[in-house]
Write a protein that binds this ligand. Structure first.
Ligand code: ZN
Length: 604
């Protein structure tokens, strides 16, 4: 190994390390100066003048007395409750769930400032996204006009009316109609092949001809939190072919596990109410809006994930589920309790009449819909009530049975204090001594679900939860996210796998174009591992999986370097801290990779 003096200059080499910074410094300063922080904050928080400051309820944590302070003159904010603080860019990043560059662009757009970029690659990435969003915007408008005026859209218009959605609603939500033809949109928009494919608007058939992805479907455009169109949800008309709903596949502009339908419209109201209503379908969200509940969002054809809730937690502390959450079973319950604790949020359930969609109730009985949201109860309370109302409480035997059933449900809650509150309720309703119920709950026979640990996905059971395995999972299942981070230098990435089987699996992936090929070329052990990985699911963020791998590799390298008594650059230690923070994770990953790269070059 050469002396450490060569390490530091290499560590700062341009390219990888500066990847995340793309806007010219002067322009960032211009944006800061042109922005009035009070105006920005006021869009989310009601501010009152106190002396020279502006004070309000913190949007980042739940509080009843205002500890969130804004200094209009220097453009900085600070919350004395949760400690969050910073400038307008920090604020927008936190509120809008944006990265640094996105946040500056968000503010620049408001201030009508045209930004210049330093990093060509970054600039190109943004241009590319811009092209895809532009194409999506054109498609949204084209489909929408087709529904409003198309000769072939009569039946679709009739269906929309029959669901109680009038012209105003259709225009507000920009609902559209995808005609039956196989390339009607493609011929109308004349998009380049790559844009058509990468937006998910279409694909190329075997002869290379452009083909529409959506045909003969009513389309609900899905916007990201900033209002950029990123996907469509398509519904067949009654009697039509194929599955009832078809949604855009995930792609570079659309992350299904994070995007929530309706959040772009709802976010301001959600912040004001500190509450968000989560329902299951596009028409439910629209129904809530029509009924005067502007705080509803929906997942887009996927189950509710912790990533969805992380997104929502930025806007509100209380989540009201407007679907039959109990039907999802015990695993779902354990997950909800875990999320409540992990994200410090309250999950409540709206008592909707069973078998009726909120979307339909909005038209038949909007008062009932309002009441269901206003009277939503905590998830556990909802479940206990359901058990008790189903039981015949008039007889002693019935009451004993009901108490048993209720205890099973109560036993799943992780907090003893909460459990005890419900024990007393049940004791009262079933006329049983609470002490007896408590003893029963403590007895080994009582069913308790281990909610302290994450509920393992069945298919994950045989796979060890190591950083290397997680990284391989992410590489296989989220290549769009992981490839740009890890596959830039495959030799370097390979050096990060200490386990030989994992290494062989990675090498197979890196040297082939598809997972199938990789399974074919890998040796028996690695091939089997790849197969297992291919059917398993990644828990958590792909970026976190990458971070875990890089962190482990960096720590190993530090131990090696320390053994040779060579000092470690302070930036490396900083990056190891930063890699745990959402805002600095990406930069820290590239910084550590750059350092590891310089290390492996030296050891050759
Ligand atoms: Zn706070």
């Amino acid at each position: 190994m050469r002396p450490h003096a060569v390490i530091e200059p290499r560590f700062g080499r341009p390219g990888l390390a500066s990847f995340a910074v793309g806007i010219v410094d002067d322009d960032i300063v211009r944006v800061r100066e042109a922005t009035n922080l009070r105006d920005v904050v006021s869009q989310y928080v009601q501010l009152k003048r106190v002396g020279r400051r502006w004070v309000g309820l913190c949007p980042f944590h739940a509080e009843k007395t205002a500890s969130f302070n804004v200094n209009e003159e220097n453009g900085l904010f600070k919350c004395f409750g949760c400690g969050k603080g910073g400038d307008a860019i920090t604020f927008v990043r936190e509120m809008e769930h944006l990265d640094f560059v996105d946040a500056v662009e968000w503010l620049a757009a408001k201030a009508s400032i045209t930004l210049r970029y330093t990093e060509k690659r970054e600039d190109e990435g943004r241009k590319r996204r811009g092209r895809l969003i532009d194409a999506m915007e054109k498609a949204v408008e084209w489909y929408h006009q087709r529904l409003l005026t198309g000769d072939d859209a009569g039946r679709a218009r009739g269906y929309v009316r029959s669901r109680g959605l009038d012209g105003d609603v259709v225009r507000t939500y920009r609902i559209g109609w995808a005609p039956e033809g196989w390339d009607t949109l493609a011929r109308a928009l004349r998009l380049p092949d790559d844009v058509l494919v990468d937006t998910g608007l279409g694909f190329l058939n075997r002869r290379g001809g452009q083909t529409d992805a959506f045909r003969g479907r009513l389309l609900f455009p899905i916007f990201d939190v900033n209002g950029d169109p990123v996907a469509f949800g398509g519904r067949v008309l009654p009697g039509g072919e194929g599955p009832k709903y078809k949604n855009s596949a995930g792609n570079t502009i659309y992350d299904k596990s994070k995007v929530l339908y309706g959040l772009n419209w709802a976010k301001a109201d959600v912040v004001n109410a500190d509450e968000v209503v989560v329902c299951e379908g596009y028409t439910d969200v629209i129904g809530f809006g029509v009924a005067g509940v502007p705080t509803a969002v929906a997942t887009c054809g996927t189950a509710l994930t912790i990533d969805h809730l992380r997104t929502l937690r930025k806007f509100a502390r209380r989540v009201v589920l407007a679907f039959d959450a109990d039907a999802a079973g015990q695993d779902a319950a354990a997950r909800f309790y875990q999320w409540e604790r992990e994200l410090d949020l309250d999950v409540a359930v709206a008592a909707l009449p069973s078998g009726v969609d909120p979307g339909d109730l909005a038209h038949s009985d909007p008062q009932r819909l309002h009441a269901a949201i206003a009277e939503a109860v905590p998830f556990l309370g909802f479940r206990v009530e359901r058990v008790l109302t189903a039981a015949p409480l008039s007889s002693p035997e019935g009451r004993a049975k009901a108490a048993e059933a209720a205890l099973t449900v109560i036993g799943e809650h992780p907090s003893e204090l909460v459990r005890d509150q419900y024990v007393m309720q049940v004791a009262d309703r079933c006329r049983i001594d609470p002490e007896q119920l408590r003893a029963r709950l403590r007895s080994p026979g009582a069913k308790r679900v281990a909610v302290d640990r994450a509920v393992p996905t069945a298919s994950r059971v045989w796979l060890p939860e190591t950083p290397e395995v997680n990284a391989l999972l992410a590489l296989i299942h989220e290549p769009d996210v992981v490839d740009p981070l890890l596959m830039i230098d495959t030799k370097l990435t390979a050096s990060m796998f200490a386990d030989l089987k994992n290494l062989a699996a990675f090498n197979a992936l890196a040297s082939t174009a598809s997972l199938h090929e990789a399974i074919e070329v890998a040796d028996a052990g690695a091939s089997e591992l790849l197969l297992q990985l291919s059917v398993a699911e990644l828990d958590g963020e792909p970026e976190d999986a990458v971070a875990g791998l890089v962190r482990e590799a960096a720590r190993r390298q530090i131990r090696r370097v320390a053994a040779s008594e060579t000092p470690i650059p302070p930036l490396v230690h900083q990056a190891l801290n930063d890699i745990n923070e959402p805002n600095t994770k990406r930069t820290a990953i590239t910084e550590l990779l750059t350092w590891l790269g310089s290390q492996s070059e030296e050891s050759v």
